[in-house]
Design a protein around this ligand. Structure first.
Ligand code: SAM
Length: 241
């Protein structure tokens, strides 16, 4: 099989991403558990701790999908949250989960493109994007938009796959993501291609230092990051001062 990266243009990428998430929406949560062996739950827990929810703060969760970050925020005492995503299929799974979990107060669901956020300047206290930036075509636009809608003193947090910093783990990680994942995707979700896309998009995503630089270029300040599981994922943080 040719696992080489195919160059795609911008329109192609957004419609491909749409198809991927339309296709995986109903199986998204179970696949996340399978593919990460449950580790994404631990990463998200650390992310929520870092986010430090407070009742007087508002959260905009970009590319929020089926709602994990928004629910973590609400469960830990956060204020009003906007659970947003560009994809209706993902958001509607999020909506059912919100009902099941009894989150009706303090939650609003909106279809929002992270590259063009339909909110006024300086309107929210926290902006999160978890495993979403990788899927956005123009990442610089997302970062600039996140900063624009943040109030001064507000914080942006991104959880995303990143670059492995332990070279010894590389062969294992490559075998898992390029061989096991598409097969699991094929068997469980009947969709190997989407999981092939996933593995490729992870490899093409900017590494820790590059993303830090992009956040600084977007005007975010005091940008820092922490590696999770040896750099398989990372949490980046920046403030609007
Ligand atoms: N945040 C959730 C989580 O951590 O489980 C969902 C992440 S899911 C891997 C990625 C999401 O990004 C999908 O729901 C997809 O629809 C969304 N997405 C892709 N491009 C987007 C864009 N331009 N604006 C907003 N969301 C986007």
């Amino acid at each position: 099989t040719d696992f080489g990266f195919r160059k795609v243009n911008q329109t192609e990428k957004s419609s491909m991403v749409r198809e991927v998430f339309d296709s995986v929406a109903s199986k998204y949560d179970v696949m996340n558990d399978l593919m990460s062996l449950g580790i994404h739950r631990v990463w998200k827990k650390i992310f929520i701790q870092e986010l430090a929810p407070r009742p007087n703060l508002t959260l905009l969760d970009l590319a929020g999908g089926t709602g994990d970050i928004t629910f973590g925020w609400l469960k830990n005492g956060g204020g009003p949250a906007y659970l947003t995503d560009v994809n209706y299929s993902m958001l509607s799974v999020g909506q059912s989960r919100a009902f099941d979990k009894g989150y009706v107060k303090n939650i609003n669901l909106f279809c929002v493109d992270g590259e063009k956020i339909c909110l006024p300047d300086r309107s929210v206290d926290r902006v999160t994007i978890s495993f979403g930036l990788r899927n956005c075509t123009n990442k610089d636009n997302v970062l600039a938009e996140a900063r624009r809608v943040l109030k001064p003193g507000g914080r942006f947090l991104c959880l995303e796959f990143s670059k492995l910093i332990i070279p010894m783990l590389r062969p294992l990680y490559d075998a898992w993501s390029f061989q096991a994942l598409p097969r699991i995707g094929q068997i469980i979700a009947k969709d190997g291609d989407s999981y092939q896309y996933l593995a490729e998009s992870i490899r093409m995503f900017p590494d820790q230092e590059t993303l830090k630089g992009m956040m600084e270029n977007a005007g975010l300040e005091r940008v820092t990051y922490q590696n999770l599981s040896g750099g398989i994922a990372a949490i980046h943080s920046g403030w609007r001062i």
